[in-house]
Design a binder for this molecule. Structure first.
Ligand code: FAD
Length: 357
């Protein structure tokens, strides 16, 4: 079973989201198309996903996976916005983002691009420096950024408006072909004003940090699922006779894809359940496991689908071609061996019931 997602209730935000994606141009490649679709996804209650750990974590991840299956740059922006809302609810529930605003979370800490924070007389944050990997910088209204104070304390998480004199969105740092639409450029801050959320370090130590990290796995899963659907459609197509070699090869590939997707889907469902049952516990191993599983699954799906279908869809199907270019780039947000090491060290020192049947 390649897509176990149940149909959402009529009129629900999930159903509206699906309808919006269904009617949107599949490509969203026209100038401004992706930005328009993203803004529509952030309007009303469509981006108001269940908080991780609230009992509906899986519904949240299904939403991310659905958007990812439509377009990976789109989900990069949507995931950032919904993560920012979840962070606000966790760290600063009395001051939630205003309706109509759109948010990114820029927390990458490149050694050559770290932000400094100081405080003005009114105790507002003042930000200086350069931040790399700022997805959506050209179209968002606000961002949460990590920054370090003069004593090296932090990271502080600072909310700021992007349309202000102290913020300059550069065209630098982003030559990507895959994930081009996420436009994850460098941004310069020169005395930009903002408000800190929580205290130094609270961005990293809150339970939601790893819940958000696990949500990325749902995005990768959705991208892999969409590639797999192309293979499934090809196998079911009228040009396939059950006895021809391409059909046999495609069936073998789809079998391998089925095992990869079903394994990761099961792990995602289990992880969502664990987070709902232990919302305040350290979800790091759970999140690392689903991220690494989704990364491996996506790699296997790309390999199998590519081999089974050949050059055709890469060269003749615009949506498939972009998805196949986007997914490997998006996957590079994985910590890869660093995360395997962390997971191994956790398993070695603490043991884990995750292996029990
Ligand atoms: C499409 C895209 C969009 C992004 N958008 C955002 C965004 O909106 N906000 C944001 O904050 N960030 C964003 N990022 C940045 C991302 O989260 C990372 O910060 C960025 O990719 C740099 O980290 P890195 O792991 O690639 O680099 P490095 O830390 O230099 O690592 C490079 C490689 O070496 C491996 N490695 C490093 N250390 C070890 C170790 N000790 N053991 C084993 N292996 C190791 C890593 O796993 C990685 O594969 C985005 C990245 C991409 C690709």
């Amino acid at each position: 079973m390649l897509n176990p997602t149940p149909q959402p209730a009529k009129g629900s935000a999930a159903a509206q989201r699906q309808a919006l994606l269904h009617h949107a141009s599949a490509a969203a490649t026209e100038p401004g198309g992706l930005a328009d679709l993203f803004r529509q996804l952030c309007s009303g209650s469509l981006a108001d996903l269940p908080q991780p750990g609230s009992g509906q974590t899986l519904a949240r991840w299904r939403a991310l996976s659905d958007v990812a299956a439509h377009d990976l740059s789109l989900v990069k922006l949507f995931e950032g916005h919904t993560d920012a809302l979840a962070i606000h609810r966790e760290l600063c529930p009395a001051d939630l983002p205003a309706p109509g605003t759109t948010w990114g979370v820029w927390a990458a800490e490149s050694p050559e691009a770290r932000l400094r924070v100081s405080w003005d007389a009114a105790n507002s944050a003042v930000i200086h420096g350069r931040k790399s990997w700022c997805s959506g910088a050209k179209i968002l209204s606000h961002a949460l950024v990590t920054a370090w104070d003069g004593d090296g304390g932090g990271p502080w998480l600072v909310a700021l408006k992007l349309d202000q004199p102290g913020v300059r969105v550069t065209g630098q740092g982003w030559q990507a072909v895959g994930m081009a639409g996420s436009d994850s450029v460098d941004v310069e801050f020169n005395g930009a004003a903002g408000q800190a959320l929580g205290s130094a370090g609270s961005y990293l130590v809150r339970p939601g940090f790893w819940h958000g990290g696990a949500g990325i796995a749902a995005c990768w899963y959705g991208g892999a699922l969409a590639l797999a659907q192309t293979l499934r459609r090809a196998l079911a197509g009228p040009e396939n006779s059950p006895k021809t070699p391409p059909s046999v090869i495609r069936a073998i590939a789809l079998g391998r894809v089925d095992v990869a997707l079903a394994s990761t889907a099961a792990l995602l469902r289990q992880a969502a359940c664990w987070i709902d049952q232990h919302p305040q516990d350290d979800a790091r191993p759970v999140a690392l496991r689903v991220r690494l599983s989704a990364e491996q699954c996506a790699g296997a799906v790309m390999q199998q689908v590519g081999q089974a279908l050949g050059a055709g869809p890469f060269c003749r199907d615009a949506v498939f071609a972009r998805r196949a270019a986007d997914l490997p780039v998006f996957l590079r947000q994985s910590g890869a061996d660093r995360d395997f090491q962390a997971l191994g060290e956790h398993g070695a020192t603490k043991g884990d019931e995750a292996w029990s049947l």
